[in-house]
Design a protein. Structure first.
Length: 247
């Protein structure tokens, strides 16, 4: 939590305005820029001509900024009907094959517990232990779940940043289901375009990097099309990073 440079008291949440980049101390009647509250000696964020050239007031389709007074939401949709169709076809094809073996495993399990099966139900693989079959199927089932997740993300997914006073939350997922990361908005040192530390098909994926003053980097936006990813990075930089003038 940032503190007033005069009386060193912590700012109340309601007195920190992230969108304007300022904090107000009522006791001292002092208005201070958030950039001045960052640790001294910390380097300013390097210029990014790509992000600085983006007009955040003209977002691409599926992107918007919503000012709700007490909080600000920056949202970028990952919706891609072409990508969703391809991912759904792959998920259905893969899981259709795996489901045959899952049905056999379920039939064998029910028989093991003495539960009768209808005549049309598969009864398990002769000579193969049911436990071994389940262990064998687990990685294939996991891949199927990931494929369905990818299809849902391509159809309904979004990346979202919510700023509420000094608090910030990054969300990636669809509906209420996804991955959240929480941190202090005033700790942000830079927002830039970068790449993931992991690889897919032996290539790093483009992403948005949000770096804190402690050196920790939060990455998001890998599911976004390039125009939406660049717009969201520019919008985050505009709201979270206040340029520090040269002294």
């Amino acid at each position: 939590m940032p503190a007033c440079p005069s009386c060193h008291a912590d700012y109340p949440t309601d007195d920190v305005n992230v969108s304007e980049g300022v904090a107000y101390c009522r006791d001292c009647d002092l208005l201070t820029r958030l950039s001045d509250l960052l640790p001294s000696g910390s380097p300013a964020a390097p210029p990014d001509s790509v992000l600085d050239s983006i007009d955040t007031e003209s977002p691409p389709d599926g992107c918007f900024v919503m000012d709700l007074g007490s909080r600000i939401r920056i949202v970028a949709s990952a919706r891609s009907f072409t990508g969703a169709a391809g991912a759904l076809f792959t998920a259905l094809f893969w899981n259709g094959i795996v489901s045959v073996f899952v049905a056999i495993a379920i039939g064998g399990t029910l028989q093991r517990f003495g539960i009768p099966l209808p005549s049309w139900a598969p009864s398990g693989m002769n000579g193969m232990p049911v436990l071994f079959l389940w262990v064998f199927l687990l990685p294939f089932i996991a891949i199927g779940v990931v494929l369905f997740w990818a299809a849902l993300t391509s159809l309904l997914g979004r990346c979202e940043a919510t700023l509420s006073g000094p608090d910030a939350v990054l969300f990636t997922g669809f509906g209420p289901i996804g991955w959240k990361r929480r941190f202090q908005a005033v700790d942000i040192r830079s927002v830039r375009l970068g790449q993931t530390t992991w690889t897919q098909n032996k290539r790093h994926r483009p992403c948005i990097e949000v770096q804190t003053s402690s050196g920790k980097t939060h990455r998001l936006g890998t599911i976004l099309p390039e125009p939406r990813r660049k717009w969201m990075a520019a919008a985050l930089k505009e709201l979270l990073v206040t340029p520090i003038p040269n002294s």
